[in-house]
Design a protein around this ligand. Sequence first.
Ligand SMILES: Nc1ncnc2c1ncn2[C@@H]1O[C@H](COP(=O)(O)OP(=O)(O)OP(=O)(O)O)[C@@H](O)[C@H]1O
Ligand SMILES: [Mg+2]
Length: 333
Amino acid sequence: MLDKRVKPSFIVKYLDQYVIGQDDAKRTLAVAVYSHYRKIELAKRDSIDIAKSNVLLIGPSGTGKSLMCETLSRVLGVPFVTADATSLAQTRYVNEEIEAILKRLLDKADGNATRAQHGIVFIDEIDKLRGAGGAQPSMSGESVQHALLKIMEGSQVRLDGTQYLDTGNILFICGGAFVGLDDIMAKSQTYGFISASQDDDQSILDRLNSRVKPTDLFQFGLIPEFTGRLPIVARFQELTREMLVRILIEPKNCLYRQFAEIFRNEGVELSVERQVFEQIADLALEYGTGARSLRGLFEELITPILYAVPDHPDVRKVEIASLFSEPRLLREA
Ligand SMILES: Nc1ncnc2c1ncn2[C@@H]1O[C@H](COP(=O)(O)OP(=O)(O)OP(=O)(O)O)[C@@H](O)[C@H]1O
Ligand SMILES: [Mg+2]
């Protein structure tokens, strides 16, 4: 199961190398995963049943939800598969699709059912399953929720005729942007709002007040049984300009490093002024798709240079000072 060395702080440190910001979500997710595996151990040892706590990740598009789950899967060393709720909603054979997800989990565990039964399933775009409670009534969305509910609660699912998989200890992480949830929450906060006295810690109050309640999710269009199966909610914040800049230059595999490496292979040093990253971040903020537009913007900047450089073997260094001025190609003296 989970390696003894994998503690919550260890998980967060690993996530920090690839995911910028979202500290609350990182901690929530790390603790959720950690306690999930400790619970299974305790349940085995003392043969008592401890209820499983699946996780819901909520946040605007392009703020790192999928990235965080992919990164998490690498550090945990347990079988991990990703599925997309939209495609579940589009098929007429939901149960077959769900079986296919579990089959992939089994494959990831090299066919070892015990390992697969301790794996993690990430279901993205879960907000697309909103039912009649939401703005776009969709019967199929609700029926997918019911189908998912069965495996999230834990059941014996038959795969390929003879093999069974018990989903009771599989951790489910669901993710979605939940556009419009804030409006629902703002309305529901008119009562039950936790009021502050002078010496209360404002950050703790903010956290309590920004808690997503099951009733909010119900209003959004998830069925109550489904929200009840997702007791842990981690919220992702909109990315700031500063965070967007850091995303370009800090993560181990960030865009800047990737391209610097390509140039290095050509014997060319790539030097980009900080201002350029800030200009890219400003444009990305305008586009409003989180960090998603960073790649396109950066590639647009680099493409003409990458076109020219291989034709000029004497170029040693490329200097980019601004998004709005020509890059300088420095040649061998
Ligand atoms: N916090 C972050 N740190 C580093 N990179 C990020 C972060 N957020 C987003 N990115 C970059 O943006 C890309 C898109 O992010 P991601 O796929 O995780 O978004 P998402 O939150 O799942 O959005 P959606 O709701 O649209 O699925 C990532 O591949 C990554 O390159
Ligand atoms: Mg995503």
